[in-house]
Design a protein around this ligand. Structure first.
Ligand code: LMR
Length: 406
């Protein structure tokens, strides 16, 4: 009987730590593993704009019928300008097929399924390192997943030459996953001036760019974080964008996302949409309604939209302050290491440089949960836990340095 011989799967490297964390009985444990923003009191905030939108939705007692397969047009129209900017040019808007998805993850999977079936793609390349789930999502769609170099040997800046060399040797039709902003897990984004070389290589090698836009608003601000997407749009290259709205609306469990396929013209976009709908229908049928309605209500109500932008901006600014405090606290331990990299990284994560051995010790000895790659979510630090975390990390850096020199 096959069910008795099924092997146990490995724990998910990120969400699996959530499970382990919730079973940890220690009172002073801290979860820095998953990419979630907590406020200074240690809580995932329910944004005021969302609370207000939710109150109005509850009052209107909307029925819970099936949604359109690709999500309501109102959702698509509301999200499009967030990602691509104000659509003064309607022909630009009409050549973008945007569909609602179940968070950013299913947008990536839908993109991979679509490209596998209709783009002739059988290979994908992700940055080395990348989000731990990219391989599984793309591989699950039947793509063979390779990597392109992303970090320099010192691991403190992107390795543009290495990246371009690897992309230059990719076969035409390879899907290239790029992080639109707030690179996960490193926090090191390509400098703005590097993108023209990346785009030139993509065009020359006829690669298919898939932009992962999971953290818009957490790096340099809502508009600045969209600059890579918008540069691609003005380049005229075909490309895809997987957007998460679960994070920048603090609606993680509602799973709100969108996939946009930027096509050469309106007719192509209509045909692409029809195929995306076919893929969605045979997978989850149609997206859930509540989270998408909240996002649509906020984005289409000027006062709520303004409030959302202000709330998101204050989240971003708190993360910047936390980065500064963590770097200063670590530096105060007199370790022979420059911690200013923490303040140069963008978004929720810091790629700390700690190895898997030290990350495990942080977990076991101190109840501080980060990912084995050394990634920590700085958005989970606050005025009560920062000193405790900095002290434990300082010990880990010292232990790592001692192990390296012995
Ligand atoms: C993360 O990287 O922690 C987030 O994107 C959450 C997830 O699904 O892994």
């Amino acid at each position: 009987m096959f069910l008795s011989t099924i092997p146990m799967a490995a724990r998910d490297p990120i969400l699996g730590l959530n499970e382990q964390f919730s079973q940890d009985p220690r009172n002073d444990k801290v979860n820095l593993a998953v990419g979630v923003y907590y406020d200074d009191s240690g809580k995932i905030p329910l944004l005021d704009c969302i609370a207000e939108a939710e109150a109005s939705l509850v009052a209107s007692r909307l029925a819970r019928g099936y949604q359109p397969i690709d999500g309501p047009t109102a959702f698509q129209d509301a999200v499009l300008p967030v990602v691509f900017g104000p659509m003064g040019n309607l022909s630009d808007a009409r050549r973008i097929a945007t569909v609602q998805t179940v968070g950013g993850t299913s947008a990536l999977r839908l993109a991979a399924d679509f490209l596998r079936q209709w783009g002739g793609a059988d290979h994908a390349m992700v940055s080395d390192p990348t989000w731990d789930n990219h391989r599984g999502v793309l591989g699950g769609a039947g793509l063979y997943v390779g990597t392109y170099r992303y970090l320099s040997a010192g691991a403190k800046t992107p390795d543009l030459d290495g990246m371009i060399a690897d992309l230059s040797s990719a076969a035409p039709g390879t899907v290239v996953v790029l992080h639109a902003c707030c690179h996960n897990p490193t926090g090191y984004d390509l400098p703005a001036e590097a993108w023209s070389a990346v785009m030139e290589t993509i065009a020359r090698r006829q690669l298919i760019p898939l932009l992962d836009n999971a953290y818009q608003g957490f790096g340099d601000g809502l508009e600045d974080d969209a600059s890579v997407v918008r540069t691609f749009l003005s380049s005229g290259l075909p490309f895809l964008v997987a957007t998460s709205l679960s994070k920048n609306f603090s609606l993680y469990g509602e799973r709100v996302g969108a996939l946009s396929v930027v096509c050469p013209d309106t007719e192509a976009a209509a045909r692409v949409r029809s195929q995306l709908k076919g893929l969605i229908r045979t997978n989850y049928s149609n997206p859930p309604s509540h989270g998408g309605r909240l996002v649509t209500t906020v984005l289409s109500t000027p006062a709520l939209r303004e409030h959302w932008q202000a709330e998101l901006e204050s989240i971003r600014l708190r993360i910047l302050r936390v980065r500064q405090h963590l770097a200063t606290a670590l530096q105060s331990y007199g370790i022979d290491k420059d911690f200013s990299f923490i303040t140069r990284q963008k978004g929720m994560f810091s790629y700390s440089g700690l190895d898997a051995v030290q990350m495990r010790r942080l977990r076991e000895d101190h109840g501080i949960y980060g990912v084995d790659t050394g990634r920590i979510c700085v958005a989970a630090l606050n005025s009560r836990n920062l000193e405790q975390i900095a002290k434990a990390m300082a010990c880990a850096f010292q232990a790592q340095a001692a192990a390296l020199s012995s």
